[in-house]
Design a protein around this ligand. Sequence first.
Ligand code: DGJ
Length: 733
Amino acid sequence: MRLFTYLLLFLLPFSLSYSQDVTIPIETENTVMVLKTDHNNRLKIIYFGKSLSNIDEYKQTGDVFNFQDEGASSNNSAYAVAGIDNNFIEPAIAVIHTDGNNSLDLLYESHTATQTDDGATLTTITLKDPVYPFFVDLLYKTWNENDVIEQWTVIRHTEKGKVVLNKYASANLYLNNTDYYLTSYNGSWAKEMQPEETHLRQGMHTIESRLGTRANLLTSPNFMLSLDGKATETSGTIMMGQIAWNGNFSLQFETDMYKNLHVVAGINPYQSAYHLDPNTPFETPRFIYTLSFEGKGKGSRNLHDWLRDHILLDGHGDRLTLLNNWEATYFDFDQDKLVSLFGGAKELGVDMFLLDDGWFANKYPRNGDTAGLGDWEVNRKKLPDGVPFLVREAEKEGVKFGIWIEPEMVNPKSELYEKHPDWVIKEEKRPEIYFRNQLVLDLANPEVQEFVFEVVDDLFTENPTLAFIKWDCNAPIFNGHSKYLEREKIPQSHLYVAYSKGLQNVLERIRTKYPTVPMMLCSGGGGRSDYNLLKYFTEFWLSDNTDPLERVFMQWNYSYYYPAIAMCNHVTDWSKDKSLKYRIDVASMGKLGFDIRANELSEQDMRFAQQTIVNYDDFKEIIWHGEMYRLANPYEKDLASLMYVNEQKTEGVMFNYLTNWRYLAETSLRPILLQGLDKNKTYRLTEINLYDGAYTPINDQKVYSGEFLMNVGFNPSVNSSRSSVIIKIESIE
Ligand code: DGJ
């Protein structure tokens, strides 16, 4: 009823040429951002926090923060501009008008709120320059139940010529809390998602990427902001989110002299001045965030649910367990060797065999990473009967077949490069710079978009039952220059944006024609995992680092932002010093795969692996579609513990991993408090994935109330001889 009244209020569009007291609450179930016009008709953010039951009170929220309308206290603009003299903070937008004037003022013009078909509320606020026909629409798509907000802008004008956008952020926020702890993530190959906490006190802190393609290799677009002191898993106020853009991004956190925090998020303006034609709206990427008043766990569950419900392709569907040949063979394989591996996939009991890099190119065969990339014909020497033969042979063994591609890239030693040097991003006046011996194709060019689409389309046309694609992307953009943009007389500063949009065009086409085939987003390890690309992918590759101990930490960090169903974890020989059990147990907390020489497993290991896959098939529904709770933090304790519970709270799985093998590691001294159960239900806890009938101290005849497990806890008895422990939780009513 309340929502109805509220919508009714908003459905009446306001159109104002004079100053009026307009208050616009951007609300979810538990949170609100209140926007309000000042006496000059400029839109301000006056409150960001818990929602109130009486919406009439929103208009006075700003009063208690002592905001003033003019001078330096204009820091709370809803979208800070560059070039007018009452704005001293980091702008969200900076433009040069057709007459060369570089000032911008944005006044409130109108707003509407509508219900979207997918069940969200979309508030659109139009701001306009009083002098120039230049407009910015601020958009807020709110997901009530998830407490998730998608925020972005549409920039447009009707000036006579092009307006240069030097900066064009998606979102501008202003928080008036008392303390800000920012967690951001840096990384590099095999070291993705390493958290750093910064106490923001004064000045600017920026998280950004300039890599162009594999945008989050060195810096992740995810962030976590503890407000009013440090949040824990179950308590405190935390904002968590991401700028959902597959290209260069920038997240700016500016603490001002009032100790308020100004956030500007969007495409990185680095080398990216955009020349915008009249009547051609430019839509910026979405800045996604949730605000939780019950700690990080709730924040994660908000994002997981939202991602599965609305973004991730087939977020509520199934996934395929698989055997990948990358670490098992690298480039060294032929038809017979591959076919012999299919038997291993069948014996293990996985759903699919995934053929990795090295299957293509003839003039410059892809026998290593120095040649052949771009030449997507099957290598006739290695695979004389082609991919269709492999698909058939795999299917004869009862396993599906998937394939690796890296269609955005080219080796200079390739026929593609010889034929189409102008399809390659490079600065002709300067030496070529390679990353993994390769260059990036110019996806700004529609011909190149067509080529990339055809790589996928040809594979499916030739192999209609192809079950999976692993889409890799190993090089960043160096010396960014596009021959296509040059020919079309489009400024080179459009390249980064045009590349990202070009890639998106291709993926749109692929998904229109092949809407459901599972695809893994991979980028030389974990260089891509943004919510924007995850619209087209069912899962992503976290890192080439599959050492299970490293993975415990990495998966922990990724788990803040992504549900287990999206995260591909493979069991490999990267770190053979860890037991097969530890490796499988860690990989089971996500989408399980294997990248091992299955035929070389001992009989005992094979039996164990088979049993774990049966167990995984039994509990995968819970971790893929249930709710996740982080119980013990490996950065604080000598173990990590996480659990998943189904919606009815009748079944769960608890994963426990030792992270410190010291004799003094204090892992089993204290119980772990479970979460997410029904306190009135009675549960039985059974240890699973026991290696070859190993002894377990866990007595599955005992039962516990949910209340007991959540308040007194349970001790999984993790120690160096039981370094990983998986517990199945079942209610016994
Ligand atoms: C990088 C990926 O991360 C690996 O899994 C593998 O597919 C190689 N590329 C193949 O070149």
